[in-house]
Design a protein around this ligand. Structure first.
Ligand SMILES: Cc1ncc(COP(=O)(O)O)c(C=O)c1O
Length: 440
């Protein structure tokens, strides 16, 4: 016997009604799970938040232990945290994230994205770094069988998270043209046309992992225009801008603004989502602090609130909230007057490695070993090995004491982000040698 579908919680119903009235396309983009989700506004968390404001005699709501000074803590724990107050470490952070951090991150995004202008977006919701942000977006917007466009060169975890876990159909399009000169606009436009009039999720990751490519300014404009044209033709688009490596731009022709800036105000049929975070930008991989931010042309405060509630509801149901120390440390960093200078110093080190990598990998002496995928940004670059497989070359390279990542049939990813300048020439010499040895 088939069970009747469970009735929607009234809070989910209310959020859906707001979306239906203000931004109807967004409601149609949500997965069945996304439609059902809500933030338990009258639950424990909300009652606790209310008590925090009003309970002046005693607050017996919260699921932490306190003393006269605030959260209880052990000295053996606290000695590891210099300069942060117990309340910014041990108390739970809200499921939406630490409010001051959300505000500071929103300001940072706007400073870095002038094309956003005054267009309203949602407030960023804090995630357990970018992997979690992508997973939450998958939960909210992907039903099994939904279509996703993704470039052939992409971070493998998309397959696991959106493909294996959620059952979405990931359609790969070639990132580069056949001559490996730049973004394959033709393939992109053609692929968009295939889904005309349907729901489609598009994953854009620039700087790209694994290729280290970001579009030029002209290419970025063309990508945005192609998406606007598809939206105007009736396709209902969720465009995910995975900005994991934002800010690591090394070549002058690169577009240094996130595509989110233009996409967030592009068309009523296009919901742009910015997935970003401190992980790579601020060199804090283990802190696990990321953000989800929404933007749509007809976005209103009520519609954005509805989306934020659903997002926080997924977070509440899975991890409850993101680690508080990480959020406090990132907040302190990005509001420090020294932040930009220190970040620029590290990016300059990566830029120098990028320049040496370019000089080495393009040497005529290695032309027999590989084709080079365009690269201009990020942490990595990729070569397509000739006459052997990437895995065979990787094994030979390991015998020479150098680690690299084999991807697909012939792609070898080299992370110049974790090789010091002095070692880069030897890495590429060993890689060319390994490719030749692998041919046997
Ligand atoms: C393209 C891309 N997106 C997202 C992530 C996930 O980053 P995080 O460590 O913040 O979860 C990575 C990490 O390698 C990545 O390369």
């Amino acid at each position: 016997m088939t069970q009747p579908a469970p009735a929607l919680n009234p809070l989910a119903q209310a959020a859906n009604e707001i979306l239906a009235k203000e931004t109807p396309v967004l409601l149609s983009l949500l997965s069945a799970r996304g439609k059902a989700f809500y933030f338990p506004a009258k639950g424990i968390l909300a009652q606790g938040a209310e008590a925090k404001q009003k309970a002046t005699v005693a607050n017996a709501t919260i699921g932490i232990a306190t003393d006269e000074k605030g959260p209880m803590y052990l000295d053996v724990v606290h000695q590891s945290f210099a300069g942060l107050a117990p309340k910014d470490l041990y108390d739970y952070a809200p499921s939406y994230g630490k409010p001051e951090l959300r505000t500071a991150w929103a300001k940072k995004q706007r400073d870095e994205t002038p094309s956003l202008g005054q267009h309203p977006t949602s407030n960023p919701v804090v995630t357990n770094a970018l992997t979690h942000g992508l997973s939450v977006i998958g939960d909210l917007f992907l039903d099994a069988g939904d279509d996703v466009l993704i470039t052939d060169l992409h971070w493998e975890n998309y397959d696991l998270g959106w493909g294996t876990r959620l059952g979405a159909n990931l359609h790969q399009i070639p990132l580069f043209d056949t001559k490996l000169t730049g973004f394959n606009q033709e393939a992109f436009v053609q692929a968009l046309a295939t889904f005309k009039g349907k729901k489609l999720v598009v994953a854009l990751n620039f700087p790209n992992n694994p290729s280290g490519y970001s579009p030029t300014k002209a290419e970025a404009g063309a990508i945005v225009n192609a998406l606007i044209a598809a939206a105007a033709a009736g396709t209902k688009l969720l465009v995910v801008c995975d900005d994991a490596y934002y800010g690591m731009f090394f070549a002058p022709e690169v577009e240094t603004e996130s595509l989110f800036g233009k996409l967030a105000q592009a068309h009523e049929n296009l919901l742009a989502v910015k997935i970003d975070g401190a992980t790579k930008e601020q060199f804090v991989w283990g802190l696990r602090v990321g953000f989800i931010t929404y933007g749509v042309k007809n976005g209103t405060p009520a519609a954005y609130t509805a989306l934020e509630q659903k997002t926080a509801g997924i977070i509440r149901s899975t991890i409850s909230n993101v680690s508080h120390p990480g959020q406090s440390i990132v907040l302190k960093a990005i509001t420090s007057p020294d932040f930009r200078k220190q970040q620029a110093e590290k990016v300059a080190i990566l830029r120098r490695r990028y320049e040496i990598t370019r000089q080495e990998v393009t040497k005529a002496a290695y032309a027999d070993a590989w084709d080079i995928y365009p690269f201009n940004s990020g942490y990595f670059m990729c070569v397509r090995v000739k006459g052997t497989t990437a895995e065979a070359a990787r094994q030979k390279l390991l015998e020479r004491g150098v680690g690299a990542i084999a991807l697909g049939h012939a792609d070898l990813r080299i992370a110049f982000s974790c090789v010091t300048e002095d070692k880069l020439p030897a890495v590429f010499a060993a890689a060319a040698d390994a490719v030749r040895a692998a041919r046997g």
